[in-house]
Unconditional design. Structure first.
Lengths: 195, 267, 499
């Protein structure tokens, strides 16, 4: 009975739900920007790095829900493109950075041969994606900054935020979503008790 | 709101009419070289070129300014942050406060950063402002050979954006109706935001599942090779655009090299 | 006799994760060109049956038994237009199915145009799907399915989310566009209006088997009463009337010269509306789509601030809060005095369990735990939700979710209740439950404001009526016909992309 959910071929519902997760996060990012535009811009270093995790949630969540090769990459890339389309302060650069961090997240699942979708791999995916994103920022956007005062703390905080929010947060989010029944077409939702 | 009543670009403008994938490639060919240097001259030249191209995309400067305000805010933030945290200290000192110094070098580096952000982002804004999402999807499938099911799935989900925007607003109103609001505490606001986001996400996934069923009902998973109702072609003008974009970026770099201001990335 | 288009023998289906079979032992045959109306109570498995006929029940989502044979291609139209339309432009959406089935490019557009003409679609191909009313969207969805020339057309409550005008549009399109040799199976609540389209009625019982089959007159004559008791809208059976008998109470809320324009909309949704809401009375707000009914519900509910005019609560409703307008009240205060029930119950669910959902309102109002407990228990029993006390609200069926959303508004004991389309798509049983519930609320001295286009509800319950005049050409009263902007790209509103 679990056959189609374990073969590599993506069903239509896999594609559309991954894309919908991406698009929903695009909207959530836009609303998040509105909420924090003033305060966050005023406190860039600690605030932004700790908030970073949210941006990587689509990668991990997409993979945990869909459980197919390429899910992390597809979901995060689409989320990045949608957020560019809706207008972000980093503009087109997100369209370049998105696939990079998406690929890093995908790597985590690939390392375990796409067989595990539990907490450890979620944390790893969050961490790798966060590391990729932070390295991109540190070399492309903050090259003239001090390593000690800015770049290393930025790397550390970003990775931490991504492990916690994008990694553990996505795992918890998947469980909460499964409880509402919206994931019934997916393996992640099958654990729900028989009604 | 997540939708605007005014179109930003005139569809008939010469650059807007180009193949979407060509426009995307041109935008990338233009932006990537600009990222390779830290000096302010290269991105300033790049920005000037991009701004000159704006009418070619059928966009009015006024509309562009209005739409790009998050970008301008971001550039300003980057500028100010660099002033505070930058380690480039050369030239004459303007201000000194204990260990922190503001020098000409710092200002130049900060300006470089802000200009890079604008120069790299502007082409992307123009590309998106002048491209219909369906046309982009078609071109990605026909010209860039991306898998059709994924491109269409993403396009179908993207169509839900205004609906999700409406849902977001309704969810806020519904929470108020249930007696839940955030008051002053930022923690409460974040928690409320998280709850609202969760409801949006669950609703969106449910919609997506139904949409997937409807798409299958119309043969989306038939496995047959799809035909294309709307044809996207790549012509000489499109190639020219890509070559020109790359060439102009290279020219900006060359000018910076000649002026001796070139500062490569990797510091 | 010509071969049947549909043949089921002992067909059964059980969804993954459920104990009960959705369908069991279904035997039926439908011949070519027959028009069938499929009826049954909520939960009888009608949607499952249609999904099976359309070939949409994936092997990994449940277990099948028996035989289900469909001769020829099936096309299906679902209830919710916004989750059926795939593309941003009308013509592209109809072409979508044709592209999927590898129809040669040269034949696609002629077939699209033919399908749009057949259903009477009134706009050019470039029309944005987002800028269409619900009825128009369903017509478009129908065109998309008919363009594929199915042998079997299935419709799963196509008019449930539509107002009467939209529903009529869809029925007209069906009558006009369906080729004579296409078989049709229609699931509908509005039975009386659908009868002209069909020549046979099939009833699915609550246990998933076929309990009646035959010509409409014969089925309703023989089984009318049982069907009505199960929730089917049997034509000709009157609805109970629950008009208020006592005197009207004092005015609780008054709106004067109310006007509102949605952000980004070109025209106001509402202008210069005066309304007063008395206690112990049910006020029905009616009017065509676009008249601003939902907007008025938001204004009366204290959820948005009017652009012009004022909404003022009296001391009878809000005690010492009467001095400030409701939109300025804190949310907890608002919930205590005015309860709002939205069209989509899922928008208002905040917790993961039915009982905590009910407890939320009273707890925020500051009641002590034992009082909260007793309110919750009473409501659970009154609304027949007690077996579901621990269930996740998202997993409830349509009727159960609707009852829960009304119950949550009642839990905080507000003096006034505002409901937006409470009877949308409900079967007869839930409908009667709701009417009883609301009548009880009204008779207990509260005010009930109903925004609705359900004429039966108005007849049964309303003591007063406010009829809003038609608004400007705006299809959706809750939000303007927004066009998707991708950093400024308009996804083709009418006319700005000439083909």
């Amino acid at each position: 009975m679990e056959s189609t959910t374990t073969t590599g071929r993506w069903r239509t519902v896999d594609i559309v739900v991954a894309a919908v997760i991406a698009v929903a996060f695009g909207v959530i990012f836009w609303a998040w920007n509105l909420l924090w535009n003033g305060p966050a811009s005023a406190v860039p270093l600690p605030g932004r790095a700790l908030m970073y995790g949210v941006w990587l949630v689509p990668a991990v969540l997409g993979a945990l829900v869909v459980r197919k090769p390429g899910a992390a990459f597809f979901t995060e890339t689409v989320a990045a493109l949608v957020s560019v389309a809706l207008g972000t302060e980093w503009g087109w650069t997100i369209a370049l950075q998105g696939p990079v961090e998406a690929l890093a997240g995908e790597l985590a699942f690939a390392l375990l041969l796409y067989r595990s979708y539990r907490l450890p791999v979620a944390l790893l995916a969050g961490g790798l994606a966060g590391l990729a994103a932070a390295l991109f920022d540190v070399f492309v956007w903050y090259p003239g900054y001090s390593w000690v005062a800015f770049r290393l703390p930025y790397l550390g905080l970003t990775v931490l935020s991504c492990v916690v929010v994008a990694g553990a947060g996505s795992a918890a989010l998947t469980r909460s979503l499964a409880r509402t029944g919206v994931l019934d077409r997916f393996a992640a939702g099958r654990a729900r008790a028989t009604v | 709101m997540v939708s605007q009543p005014l179109p930003l670009a005139r569809p008939g403008a010469p650059l807007a009419r180009r193949n979407p994938v060509a426009k995307l490639a041109a935008g990338t060919a233009f932006s990537l070289p600009l990222l390779s240097t830290l000096d302010p001259l290269t991105p300033a030249l790049g920005l000037a070129v991009a701004l000159a191209a704006v009418p070619g995309f059928g966009v009015r400067y006024r509309d562009l300014a209005r739409r790009s305000w998050p970008l301008l805010a971001g550039a300003l933030t980057a500028f100010l942050t660099m002033l505070v945290f930058g380690t480039v200290h050369s030239g004459s000192t303007w201000l000194g406060l204990g260990p922190w110094r503001l020098t000409t070098g710092t200002v130049v580096a900060a300006a470089g950063l802000a200009l890079r952000l604008l120069a790299v982002s502007l082409p992307g804004v123009l590309v998106f402002a002048s491209t219909d999402p369906t046309d982009l999807g078609d071109a990605l499938v026909q010209n860039a050979r991306l898998p059709a099911r994924f491109a269409l799935g993403a396009l179908a989900a993207f169509r839900l954006v205004p609906l999700l925007g409406q849902e977001w607003r309704l969810l806020g109103l519904a929470r108020r109706a249930r007696g839940v609001d955030a008051g002053r505490s930022p923690v409460a606001r974040v928690r409320l935001f998280a709850a609202r986001s969760f409801a949006l996400l669950a609703g969106a996934i449910r919609r997506g599942t139904r949409l997937a069923v409807a798409m299958d009902a119309r043969g989306f998973d038939s496995g047959l090779p799809r035909t294309a109702a709307r044809v996207q072609r790549v012509g000489p003008a499109d190639w020219l655009l890509v070559v020109l974009a790359g060439g102009l970026a290279a020219a900006a770099l060359a000018a910076s090299l000649a002026a001796g201001t070139f500062r490569p990335l990797g510091g | 006799m010509a071969t049947a288009t549909v043949r089921l023998r002992g067909f059964g289906w059980r969804h993954a994760g459920r104990r009960r079979y959705a369908l069991r032992g279904v035997d039926l045959s439908v011949g070519r060109g027959e028009r069938v109306l499929l009826l049954g109570p909520s939960g009888a498995g009608k949607s499952t049956l249609l999904a099976a006929l359309a070939g949409l029940l994936a092997t990994d989502s449940g277990q099948a038994e028996g035989e289900c044979v469909v001769d020829g291609r099936a096309g299906i139209v679902f209830q919710d237009p916004s989750t059926q339309l795939v593309m941003a432009r009308a013509g592209d959406d109809v072409a979508f199915g044709l592209e999927n089935l590898a129809v040669p490019a040269g034949q696609i557009w002629p077939r699209v145009d033919a399908a749009l003409r057949a259903v009477g679609f009134g706009y050019p191909r470039a029309r944005s799907t987002h800028a269409l009313s619900g009825g128009e969207q369903q017509r478009l969805a129908l065109a998309g399915v008919l363009a594929l020339r199915p042998a079997l057309l299935l419709l799963d409550e196509p008019t449930a989310n539509l107002d009467p005008a939209g529903a009529a549009l869809v029925r007209a399109a069906l009558a006009a566009a369906l080729p004579a040799d296409t078989t049709m199976i229609l699931v509908e609540h509005r039975v009386a209006e659908s009868l002209p389209l069909v020549d046979r009625v099939l009833v699915l019982g609550g246990d998933g088997t076929v309990t009646a089959d035959g010509a409409p007159a014969q089925v309703f004559a023989g089984h009318g009463a049982t069907l009505a008791a199960q929730g089917v809208w049997v034509p000709g059976l009157a609805v109970p009337s629950r008009r208020g008998t006592g005197p009207a109470g004092p005015d609780l809320l008054a709106g004067t010269a109310l006007g509102y324009r949605h952000p980004g909309a070109a025209t106001p949704a509402l202008s210069h509306v005066d309304v007063s809401v008395p206690a112990a009375r049910a006020l029905a707000v009616t009017g065509p789509n676009g008249a601003g009914k939902s907007t008025l519900a938001l204004l009366l509910g204290g959820l948005v601030r009017p652009d012009t005019g004022t909404v003022a609560a009296t001391a009878a409703l809000a005690g010492h809060h009467a001095g400030t307008p409701p939109y300025r009240w804190r949310a907890a205060t608002l919930a205590r005095h005015i309860g709002s029930v939205f069209q989509n119950p899922e928008h208002q669910f905040l917790t993961g369990r039915v009982d905590t959902e009910l407890a939320l309102g009273p707890r925020r109002a500051g009641l002590a735990a034992p009082a909260v407990r007793s309110i919750v228990d009473e409501l659970l029993v009154r609304l027949r939700l007690d077996p579901l006390a621990g269930a996740n609200p998202y997993t409830l069926s349509g009727g159960q979710a609707r009852r829960l959303s009304v119950a949550t508004a009642l839990a905080a004991s507000p003096g006034m209740l505002v409901l937006d389309e409470p009877t949308f798509g409900q079967d007869r049983r839930t409908w009667c439950d709701l009417v009883d519930l609301l009548a009880g609320v009204r008779d207990a001295g509260r005010a009930v404001v109903l925004v609705t286009h359900d004429a039966d509800l108005v007849t049964a319950l309303a003591d007063r009526r406010l009829d809003l005049p038609p608004g400007p050409a705006d299809p959706d009263p809750v939000a303007p016909p927004a066009r998707v902007a991708v950093d400024g790209v308009a996804a083709a509103g009418a006319g700005d992309r000439p083909w």
